[in-house]
Design a protein around this ligand. Structure first.
Ligand code: UN1
Length: 509
């Protein structure tokens, strides 16, 4: 594996961030409290004053108040705000992407892709603002009309993770806003700059279309800020993205106050490679899904379930491809693997690799550190492949780092069993040219995940489909299709337009 480049200086990153924020029109309130860092150098860029508890409370109150008027604004008018946001995102596509690269360490192409995902969801939401359809239902009574209407739900609390610091916010916010909800957003404390920029663009959009800016509030802070959203009864829906451990706390706490939650938690995504698979496709799909984003997507490919007849050839090709992966400065156009978010993530990766080897795994490639002894370098790692003979405890866990575990299989049924035998259920894929295998994988007895792909990797979903997963992934669905229904409440109404009263179920009274 080769280091692409020398790393930039922290001061250069600071200047770049300032320039992007300036062009976007975002103001960073510097002060004591939260440190905005770049994983590229591992150094602090700014210290930011976090939102105080009183300010967070005021944000919830204001969002709740704004909801009273926003819910009565016609949905296509609400769509105008989101349309303008989409236009501003197009205008500042490169600026926002640059901030994402600075704060998350994503390579430029992936950071641009993240902002593209935001633009796409805005387009989707604008169309949706004229399509919030309910059904009419055949009534069993003469002279009666039975129908359902979707109404705005209330304040949506969005808790987002560092790895998609802007796109996941936009999936929730674009949809929530056209649905007539208002939003309070608590971004990851690792990505405050991107959040400040995205919030500034939405504020500008609101000012320009004459919408109240109080429909959106940004709450920057640590765990306590998130807890505020979880526990406040004025937050109707908590949409939280993060680890399964976080979801285990959030879910029951929101449920205890009869709030709604939409959970987007850990994944442990696998691809099955069958004897008929096109290995060229597999190599390309697997390297992007497993090593892309330095293994820090919830959809990252973590397990490769390979038929024994093709395992040796495939692993040889994958090892060769991994050996050539350019690792380093995400601003360098040649780089494909940027840094991990923190040195703690690097330690977690090392720990998982040690455990995997103690559990019988053979490290085939990677696992080393890069720029290790260089001052001013973040946590750079070599994506790793570990050959396992069985699905041991460490393989069943999500480690948020680029480790791909390879598991052999003999029969198709055994492959599916292995595939589903993990606690998580987000994304999945099969590489095959056998239609029967592909259909079985997609059938009720096949993949048990929320996302199931054929002949492509597990990551990089489009916004048009509903995004989310089963089991310990939390069951929520965000983004496209009819995911919008989670952001609205359903009202069923029966209208009697006959001259007399008829009771349902033939009851006489
Ligand atoms: C996430 O990692 O939290 O499907 C979201 C994908 C992206 C979204 C990932 N569209 O990989």
């Amino acid at each position: 594996m080769s280091d692409t480049s020398t790393l930039p200086e922290t001061e250069t990153l600071r200047e770049k961030a300032r320039a992007c924020l300036g062009r976007i029109g975002a103001t960073v309130v510097e002060g004591i409290g939260l440190s905005a860092r770049s994983p590229i150098t591992g150094d602090e860029l700014f210290t930011i004053r976090p939102t105080s508890a009183a300010e967070a409370d005021a944000a919830v109150v204001a969002a709740h108040h704004a909801f009273q008027a926003w819910r009565s604004t016609p949905a296509p008018r609400r769509g105008e705000l989101v349309r303008r946001l989409g236009e501003l995102l197009r205008e500042h596509h490169a600026d926002l992407a640059e901030l994402i690269t600075i704060e998350v360490g994503k390579i430029r192409s992936e950071a641009m892709g993240e902002v593209q995902e935001m633009i796409d969801i805005c387009d989707f939401a604008v169309g949706l603002s004229r399509q919030l359809y309910g059904r009419t239902i055949a009534s069993e009574r003469p002279g009666h009309r039975l129908a359902e209407t979707w109404h705005p739900l209330g304040v949506v609390g969005v808790i987002s993770a560092f790895n998609f610091p802007a796109a996941v916010w936009s999936w929730n916010t674009a949809i929530a806003l056209v649905c007539g909800d208002t939003v309070v957003w608590k971004p990851s404390e690792l990505t405050p700059l991107t959040a400040i920029a995205a919030d500034a663009l939405l504020r500008r959009a609101a000012a320009e279309v004459g919408a109240p800016h109080e429909v959106h509030h940004l709450v920057i802070g640590d765990r306590a800020a998130g807890e505020k959203l979880v526990d406040d009864h004025r937050i109707a829906l908590v949409s939280a993205t993060g680890s399964t451990r976080m979801g285990r706390e959030v879910g029951p706490r929101v449920a205890a106050r009869f709030g709604r939650s939409l959970l987007e938690l850990g994944g442990n995504n696998a691809a099955i490679v069958t004897p008929s698979a096109d290995l060229d496709l597999v190599v390309q799909g697997v390297v992007f899904a497993a090593a892309g984003t330095t293994g820090q997507r919830c959809t990252t490919l973590r397990r490769l379930i390979v038929h024994t007849s093709v395992a040796d050839e495939l692993l040889e090709r994958l090892v060769a491809a991994y050996t050539r992966l350019p690792i380093g400065d995400p601003f360098d156009e040649r780089t494909l693997v940027g840094p991990l978010i923190t040195t703690a993530a690097q330690d977690t990766m090392q720990d998982a690799l040690d455990r995997a080897q103690a559990e019988g795994g053979k490290l085939l490639v990677g696992g080393g550190r890069r720029f290790a002894n260089q001052p001013g370098a973040g946590a750079y790692v070599e994506p790793a492949i570990v050959r396992m003979s069985e699905q041991t405890p460490v393989v069943r866990e999500e480690t948020f780092a680029p480790i791909l575990y390879c598991l052999p299989y003999e029969t198709f049924d055994a492959a599916i069993a292995l595939h589903n035998d993990v606690p998580q259920g987000l994304s999945s894929s099969i590489f095959t040219r056998d239609q029967q295998e592909a259909e079985l994988f997609l059938s009720a007895e096949g993949s048990d995940c929320g996302i199931a792909n054929v002949n492509l990797g597990t990551s990089g979903a489009e916004i048009g489909g509903a995004f989310g997963g089963e089991k310990e992934t939390g069951g929520g669905r965000e983004s496209g299709s009819d995911a919008w229904r989670a952001y609205m409440r359903r009202s069923t109404s029966t209208v009697n337009y006959a001259a007399e009263l008829t009771l349902a179920q033939n009851v006489s009274f």
